[in-house]
Write a protein that binds this ligand. Structure first.
Ligand code: PLP
Length: 340
């Protein structure tokens, strides 16, 4: 096992070539056995539908080093299930859940030296992806597919951790009303590159996307899900067919209800009613929880109650979630899968 020389506290969210990645090929109607390879490049047909028609989907999850030295995967079955839905939407063959979790396990075990130590706050980010390959230039599903999982160590996605961050309501849409917003596909991300750059150019961390039909309701915060805490202590997350159903969002709603005893609502979140919320945040595997300090919407800048400090409910949710992920707090049944 290699022992890379990594300065754990300064880790951000950047690609780093690790030792081994998993690769499996679907051909003639079936997946092969899959292998670990040291090669971090792919050799695919120039006519691959992943390149021309965006036939690809991906996932993101993390492995966490616990205090006792063991390693947790957080709810990998949920990522496997979501990849099934994404692949079905894009006519790609499903990766069986057992294969998906086994591939993640193998990749973590093969790169243990890159797993940030307990207490640094870092984790090993896993990136499973599925792409259409083979010779095909017609707008039709690819004849072959690749499923791969690679990994790299990460710190917090938005630098500053639990520091409130400002976002701007985007003038663009990331998805269409009956489009692919609920699937974790590259096309949604391609559509978000320009809005993201514009938002950062204006001094914001990222753009907030409204519902593509009426442009009145909050859907996503960059590539993370929105949640808010109402002034009377309810935890609210948007309901919409075009948001990406995040594992973090689902977990936070469960923890808010079952562990913190709070009322939870999935409902419309009107962008002109942000005053209803005492706290708000963005959540996702990469971002974990990023408190939202303020939201620029046209000429108005809405400031949340605690612009400079994380709110109390957000803090409790963060502690409960990360406590479970790092094995310090008892996990709900089936949430953590031991790799080691
Ligand atoms: C991946 C993703 C999220 C967060 O999902 P998690 O499962 O919590 O990581 C939120 N929004 C978008 C658009 C995403 O792609």
């Amino acid at each position: 096992m290699s022992r890379p020389n990594i300065d754990w506290p300064t880790l951000g969210f950047d690609y780093l070539r690790t030792d081994l990645r998993y690769l499996s090929h679907w051909r003639g109607g079936a997946w092969d056995g899959g292998t670990l390879t040291g090669d971090n490049t792919l050799h695919i047909s120039e006519a691959s539908s992943a390149l021309h028609y965006g036939q690809q989907c991906f996932e993101g999850l993390k492995a966490y080093r616990c205090r006792d030295g063991s390693v947790n995967l957080f709810r990998p079955d949920r990522n496997a299930a979501r990849m099934h839905r994404s692949s079905a939407r894009l006519l790609m063959p499903p990766v069986p859940t057992e294969t998906f979790i086994d591939a993640c396990r193998q990749v973590v075990r093969a790169n243990l030296g890159y797993l940030p130590p307990y207490g640094t706050g870092g984790a090993l980010y896993l990136r499973p992806f599925l792409i259409g390959v083979g010779h095909n230039v017609r707008v039709a599903s690819a004849p072959e597919f690749l499923f791969s999982v690679f990994c790299f160590p990460v710190g917090p996605y938005f630098k500053g951790g639990l520091t409130p961050t400002n976002f701007v309501v985007s003038r663009y849409d990331r998805a269409a009303p009956n489009g692919t917003g609920a699937a974790k596909v590259g096309g949604n991300y391609a559509a978000s590159l320009l809005p993201g750059q514009e938002a950062r150019g204006q001094g914001f961390a990222d753009g907030i996307y409204l519902d593509p039909e009426t442009h009145t309701k909050i859907e996503e915060v960059g590539s993370a899900n929105f949640f808010g805490i109402t002034r009377d202590g309810k935890v609210v997350t948007p309901r919409s067919p075009s948001i990406l159903p995040g594992v973090t969002r689902d977990s936070l709603m469960y923890l808010a209800r079952e562990r913190l005893g709070l009322e939870v609502e999935e409902r419309d979140v009107y962008v002109d009613r942000l005053g209803d919320f005492a706290e708000a945040g963005a959540c996702g595997t990469a971002a974990v929880i990023t408190p939202i300090g303020g939201v620029q919407h046209g000429e108005t800048f809405h400031v949340f109650h605690s612009e400079t400090e994380v709110g109390p409910v957000t803090r409790r949710l963060y502690d409960e979630l990360t406590g479970i992920q790092f094995g310090d707090v008892e996990a709900p049944e089936g949430w953590t899968v031991k790799v080691e």
